[in-house]
Design a protein around this ligand. Structure first.
Ligand SMILES: N[C@@H](CCC(=O)N[C@@H](CS)C(=O)NCC(=O)O)C(=O)O
Length: 206
């Protein structure tokens, strides 16, 4: 099984952490989703990473579907609860973390791709305000808990941890710790997990 992804993509990181937590071997085929010459659309019509290639060559995307699939591959260290409502709550955290990243990435790409005078500041602000509101929602929901859901490590924590760390990595000026010190406490414990340490996007250059 091959995961087409990158070491800096937060969505790729989310599924890599799932593989590690579930102790399932995989190989990472490096691909930059933003490269203009990418051939990604040949395996994922949306042209995005991550994309999981099964042994028969069939693709599975996007990251949320891949994460769910990985969790179902083995009974050890379940990342999604069995109960329908609890599972929906975990997946809502995942959707929030992924959506926060979508907005933050859109804002960053607008800044990166155009000269300052041509950037649409209103668009950037619109995206960044989604990030701010989502961070407040996360801070209020997690409060002083160790995990997002019922004091148990789940996919929700993987998704939220990847999103917070990506903000540190790519948009450090957002400085979410200043507004939400409780998220800092939550995040500091989470990032001590070997699965987070071994997928730190700062450790490689690509
Ligand atoms: N909803 C998708 C988002 C994936 C995504 O946005 N990946 C970025 C890299 S971090 C990408 O490949 N972007 C290329 C593009 O949008 O053209 C998922 O969860 O897998």
């Amino acid at each position: 099984m091959q995961l087409v992804g990158s070491t800096t993509s937060p969505f790729s990181r989310k599924v890599r952490i799932c593989f590690i937590e579930k102790e399932i071997p995989y190989s990472l085929l490096l691909e930059d989703g933003w490269n203009v010459n990418t051939k990604l659309h040949e395996i994922n019509p949306l042209g995005k990473i991550p994309c999981l290639l099964l042994s028969n060559g069939n693709p599975i995307f996007d990251s949320s579907v891949i994460a769910d699939y990985i969790d179902g591959m083995s009974g050890i260290n379940p990342l999604l609860p069995q109960l329908n409502l609890e599972k929906a709550q975990v997946k809502t955290f995942e959707a929030l973390a992924d959506g926060l990243l979508d907005a933050a990435i859109l804002a960053r790409r607008e800044r990166m791709m155009r000269p300052t005078a041509q950037q649409n500041e209103e668009w950037i602000e619109r995206q960044l305000s989604k990030v701010q509101v989502s961070l407040k929602y996360l801070a209020d929901s997690i409060a002083t808990s160790e995990y997002c859901n019922l004091n148990k490590f789940t996919l929700a924590d993987i998704a939220v941890g990847c999103a917070l760390d990506w903000l540190d990595f790519r948009l450090p000026e957002m400085n979410w710790r200043a507004d939400h010190p409780n998220l800092d406490v939550y995040f500091s414990k989470l990032t001590l997990r070997p699965s987070f340490l071994s997928t730190d996007p700062r450790n490689v250059n690509d």
